[in-house]
Design a protein around this ligand. Structure first.
Ligand code: PHB
Length: 396
């Protein structure tokens, strides 16, 4: 027996010889795999790019090894709102690739389609955007590092009621987050004495906004409240408002920050000026950490793309995964991982965030912003904030 051989080394060798541990299994434990499901192609490709950029920036800054384990990210293209595709890809990632985490999810229908897989296979699943309240209720293995529509909409309805707005017309997408946004706005606004003078739901796939915007001209409400998913739709919607002469008509435009997404705000240009939104992240957020984030993002991806809330969802989602792995010293038992997520808190480029241990949803500051031109750039300027907002969409 050689003196240089440790007892542990001998035991491992003996286990191998006896066939107790397959060599593949021994190696597999050294890698922690994350299946990243995003719509890399199709109409939501830009949102996928932003989340992916945030994920990869975090890895670039923090290295691809945590607690001695190599982190491997497996990108999978869900192609858009396609629950069947998302489900099939998640199934493959879990059974064939044996991922330890699922992550990503721009779109609610895709996240909902994966909830049962997360539960049955016990795979911690990190939402980096999908923002319908109910998703986290669908599996105890889902945690959200993004936001929910009710979380950002209730503060907007309350702000509107306090600031002389009495009548609002609702225009929202006809699927989960749009339903959440419309319901949250109506409840909070009418509770504060406001009145909803009409509402319309617009299709998620290839909406033609002209007829919907025409209806606003006919009704002539004091204000509109808008939610469409970030990506291509906000610019198309605001273009239609401008074409129909509604952006300088005195009509007050209220929206969730999805509509004035930093990624497309410059393209949207002047028609966006004056829109009041609420959201959890503006690339103009004034903090040391955000300034460093914006700078690092520009260094990594060039000056032509601004980081938006999707990128921060990806960045913070990775931060949560890295922190859980580090806390557990690399032992990514799914129940221990979920316990590590619960109550986790850290500073994000958006501000302080915390995971509510009761709901696995995020608690964060919601900012009230106005689109303004600052130094020639069109930006969401934060002018008020409500700290520690929980998702009001959950029964408590
Ligand atoms: C969603 O499908 O949950 C979703 C997508 C884009 C957004 C917000 C929510 O901007």
């Amino acid at each position: 027996m050689s003196k240089g051989c440790s007892a542990a080394g001998l035991a491992a060798l003996a286990a191998l010889v006896l066939g107790l541990v397959a060599p593949g299994a021994a190696r597999a434990e050294e890698t922690i795999k994350i299946g990243l499901l995003l719509p890399f192609s199709g109409p939501f490709a830009e949102t996928a790019r932003q989340i992916d950029n945030g994920v990869k920036l975090y890895v670039k800054q923090h290295g691809d090894t945590v607690a001695g384990k190599k982190i491997e990210i497996l990108d999978r293209d869900t192609t858009g709102p396609a629950p069947d595709v998302a489900k099939r890809l998640a199934q493959e990632l879990v059974t064939r690739d044996k991922v330890n985490f699922l992550a990503g999810f721009v779109l609610t229908p895709n996240a909902l389609a994966v909830a049962d897989i997360a539960t049955e296979a016990k795979v911690p699943t990190v939402l980096m955007n999908a923002a319908t309240s109910i998703i986290t209720v669908k599996s105890p293995y889902i945690v959200r590092l993004s936001f929910t529509l009710p979380q950002v909409t209730v503060p907007l309805a309350q702000w509107a009621a306090k600031n002389g707005i009495k009548q609002v017309y609702l225009m929202t997408s006809d699927y989960g987050p749009g339903h959440d946004a419309a319901a949250a706005f109506e409840k909070a606004f009418t509770a504060a004495g406001g009145q909803i003078v009409g509402k319309v739901e617009m299709p998620l796939k290839s909406p033609d906004f002209a007829a919907y915007v025409q209806k606003v001209s006919d009704v002539k409400p004091q204000a509109v409240f808008l939610f469409v998913p970030s990506g291509q739709q906000p610019t198309a919607l605001m273009k239609t408002f401008a074409e129909q002469g509604l952006t300088r008509s005195g009509l007050k435009i209220l929206a969730t920050g999805d509509v004035t997404d930093d990624d497309v705000l410059e393209t949207m240009g002047d028609p966006a000026l004056g829109i009041i939104t609420t959201h959890h992240y503006s690339y103009a957020h004034d903090s040391q950490l955000n300034k460093a984030y914006v700078k690092a993002y520009a260094q990594a991806y060039g000056p032509d793309i601004r980081p938006n809330f999707m990128s921060v969802g990806g960045y913070d989602g990775m931060a949560a995964i890295y922190k859980a792995i580090a806390e557990l010293k690399g032992n990514v038992d799914p129940d221990k991982v979920m316990a590590a997520f619960k109550g986790m808190r850290f500073e994000s480029p958006r501000g302080p965030i915390e995971i509510d241990p009761a709901t696995r949803d995020i608690v964060q500051t919601v900012y009230v912003r106005r689109v303004e031109k600052v130094d020639g750039k069109v930006v969401n300027v934060e002018f008020d904030k409500i700290p520690d907002v929980k998702d009001p969409g959950k029964p408590r």
